[in-house]
Design a protein. Structure first.
Length: 398
């Protein structure tokens, strides 16, 4: 049997692969610490779980519309106005099975064969794979640490061609934690408006900011014209510790929202209905859980960042947001561990997993092969144990 070219060319999600490898090794008796996943260890708040249980017990409707529950979409509009300062209607909102499906819907709605999409590296792997699946071409801007891993006007101009269709913005960024300022977003907005481009704005980490000196800004909040060009992506997964519930959403102009709903209607019909009721409860439950979550994540981020900075040969910047620290491991290149030469972040990641029982994600899947990504989303105990093993790896071999 011959698979399609599309199926054979798409690459496995590195994050899911790391989790699968960790699970397999643990089943086989290895005590593997997973610092590769972006899944916080907090339980979903009880009031959210209870709302889903109650909805099930009271008899869920068999389907919602492809766009999702109207009450939930209204609540998202209220949240959007309160936090981002612009109005939308339920017709602008599509509820999805996680943020990833929202990105899928967006890409497949606006990208055609041969269209180009500007993506900054380091990037979330799925952006590149989804653009390719849609028949488009990812055009990668390799951002620089001295620019805060953010796209500049000059880099955008150099990436532009007559085939450019869209730009993907991820702030705070996975994997670097980079956060765009309003001034930097205005540069992107002006560029998109001048060149008639869409902007896919992935904002799933919008609450996960760890400095009181900076604030999150959505590019869609910068004016009517850029808002009509923006497909805003968000999710309940990170903020409310709801990763397994698979519930997210998009906000866009009505024409684009309708197109995305049509695509979704032929892929999964609608988002999980019980999860939609849970998401509604999350929005109505206040910020108490979020505050508790952020305080603990900041503690883990600070600890991980300090431990990495204390280790020789490793370099990293303390992230302003997100769940990850992106570590430059080029200082280890040229060495050999157990007759395995180290020439890339992939080599380091493989050794850490197979010899020291620590799962990380190699930087090549983010477009930067000299790096590995560590997550501070797992428990503090896991973070400490994982970093102890990384320290042991360095002390024993360098």
């Amino acid at each position: 049997m011959i698979l399609s070219e599309r199926a054979t060319q798409v690459k496995t999600s590195a994050e899911l692969k790391a989790s699968a490898e960790t699970e397999k090794m643990n089943i086989n008796g290895y005590d593997v610490v997973n610092l590769g996943t972006g899944e916080v260890d907090f339980e979903t708040p009880s009031y959210i779980k209870e709302a889903a249980i109650r909805a099930i017990e009271e008899g869920l409707p068999r389907y919602t519309s492809a766009e999702g529950n109207v009450e939930l979409r209204k609540a998202i509009c209220e949240k959007t106005f309160s936090e981002r300062g612009f109005e939308c209607t339920p017709e602008n909102v599509v509820i999805t099975n996680g943020g990833k499906q929202a990105v899928f819907n967006a890409v497949f709605s606006i990208v055609g064969q041969g269209d180009e999409v500007i993506i900054s590296a380091p990037y979330w792997q799925s952006y590149v794979e989804l653009v390719r699946l849609a028949g488009g071409t990812p055009v990668i801007i390799h951002t620089k640490q001295e620019h805060g891993y953010k796209m500049t006007a000059h880099e955008l101009e150099n990436a532009l061609t007559e085939k450019t269709r869209a730009i993907i913005v991820n702030s705070p960024n996975n994997p670097t934690g980079a956060l765009y300022t309003p001034e930097e977003l205005n540069v992107i907005a002006d560029f998109a408006e001048k060149n008639d481009l869409f902007v896919i704005s992935d904002e799933v980490y919008d609450k996960m900011i760890y400095s009181g000196k900076v604030r999150f800004t959505s590019i869609a909040s910068l004016g009517k014209e850029i808002r009509e060009r923006t497909i805003l992506i968000n999710s309940f997964s990170k903020t409310y510790s709801m990763t397994p519930w698979r519930i997210g959403y998009s906000i866009s102009d009505r024409q684009t929202a309708k197109a995305m709903a049509n695509i979704q209607s032929h892929s999964c019909t609608n988002a999980n209905v019980a999860s939609q009721y849970a998401a509604l409860a999350a929005l109505r439950g206040g910020d108490g859980f979020i505050t508790q979550l952020l305080n603990e994540l900041k503690r883990r981020r600070d600890y991980m960042s300090q431990r990495i900075s204390d280790l020789p040969y490793l370099r990293s910047a303390r992230p302003l947001g997100g769940l990850y620290i992106f570590v430059n491991v080029a200082g280890l290149f040229g060495a050999s561990v157990n007759n395995k030469a180290i020439n890339s972040g992939r080599d380091v990641s493989d050794i850490l997993l197979n010899k020291y029982n620590v799962a990380t994600v190699a930087g090549d899947v983010f477009g930067e092969p000299d790096f590995i990504r560590l997550s501070f989303a797992p428990s503090m105990e896991s973070v400490i144990l994982g970093l102890n093993r990384i320290e042991k790896f360095i002390k024993q071999n360098f």
